[in-house]
Design a binder for this molecule. Structure first.
Ligand code: GDP
Ligand code: MG
Length: 315
């Protein structure tokens, strides 16, 4: 089920990885940019751009790095950096990305809208790039009103369509990537993200509802994920807890808590996939799992080398 063809040879020493959120008005060229970045360089599949809402827009894998591009920040950063997930900290998605692109259409005659401005203002923990697109049509120096390059860490002018400026953009982005693990299988199976995100959504809902009662002691995994074109997707997620008492808390009185978690998670999963889903939740007790060596593969991760540091927090 989780076999991983090792077609790309990963060099462990210098491996870097991270997340890029792409913000911009509709029509700024986000999808075009994503395709240009992900499509051309390395043969890596992006996650079903037509069927999903492009939350995970593209994964660019290379022998030395992996960059995950997201086109809807603030919603879901997959696995929110794992360590933070383990700490039960609901990291603000925007703070969890390494780089934020504000993509603008050079010929746009309107300033960025308020929502965009607010999101940009909130993003503190990441590098902020102003990416001026469509320079092929708008001319070399064109800039929309209300956009001040001085407010960004870097400005890169590109044409996503003609694929100019992309090398510079990529190099600048890589500069901001820290040593990190391979977050996704470089030969990613197309439904993998959704599987993984389904488990993450459930975990998030558990924390949301029960964060005080059972901090840290939960992890989730997707046990089954069947896409059924003419019906609802069948998704089964297992919630692992450490103790019987925690199992009781997660299930709640007459199953009320589990039902609530399930309803909330199902709605979020359906929003993510764009398809109706039937979500089944199981709660299992798995004693002392935290003290065991993590089998990261279990979570859908692969590390580029054994014993590699986890990036943040304790190694
Ligand atoms: P999104 O809504 O931000 O994802 O924008 P799209 O990627 O769908 O692009 C919107 C339109 O802008 C499409 O017609 C693209 O072909 C066009 N477009 C995107 N990038 C460029 C560019 O660099 N130059 C020009 N001339 N058109 C572009
Ligand atoms: Mg688009």
């Amino acid at each position: 089920m989780t076999e991983t063809p090792e077609k790309v040879q990963f060099s462990a020493e210098s491996f870097r990885s991270g997340f890029v959120a792409i913000l911009g008005k509709p029509n700024a060229g986000k999808s075009t940019l994503m395709n240009a970045l992900v499509g051309g360089k390395v043969a890596i599949v992006s996650d079903k751009p037509q069927t999903t809402r492009d939350r995970i827009a593209g994964i660019l894998s290379h022998a030395d790095y992996q960059i995950v591009f997201l086109d809807t920040p603030g919603v879901i950063v997959p696995h929110d950096r794992f360590n933070e997930a383990l700490m039960g900290r609901a990291a603000d998605a925007l703070d969890s990305v390494d780089v934020l692109y504000h993509l603008v259409d050079a010929a746009d005659r309107e300033p960025p809208n308020e929502r965009l401005a607010e999101l940009l203002g909130r993003a503190r923990g990441c590098a902020r790039f102003l990416v001026v697109n469509k320079t092929d049509a708008a001319g070399e120096n064109a800039l929309p009103p209300g956009v001040d390059p001085a407010a960004y860490d870097r400005t890169v002018r590109i044409s996503a369509l003609r694929e100019t400026g992309l090398d510079e953009l990529l190099a600048a982005t890589l500069d901001r990537m820290k040593p990190g693990p391979l977050y996704y299988d470089p030969e990613q199976i197309s439904d993998r993200d959704e599987r993984f995100l389904a488990a993450e959504i459930v975990r998030e809902r558990v924390f949301h509802n029960l964060g005080k009662e059972i901090p840290y002691a939960v992890f989730t995994e997707t046990d089954a994920f069947e896409e059924r074109p003419n019906g609802k997707d069948l998704i089964r997620v297992v919630i692992h807890v450490e103790r019987e008492s925690q199992k009781g808390i997660v299930i709640g009185e007459r199953g009320a808590m589990l039902k609530r978690i399930g309803q909330e998670a199902r709605a979020a999963i359906e929003e993510l996939t764009g398809r109706p889903a039937y979500l089944e939740l199981w709660v299992k007790v798995r004693k002392n799992w935290r003290r065991k060596e993590f089998d990261l593969d279990h979570f859908g991760f692969k590390l580029p080398m054994a014993g590699r540091g986890q990036g943040k927090g304790k190694a």
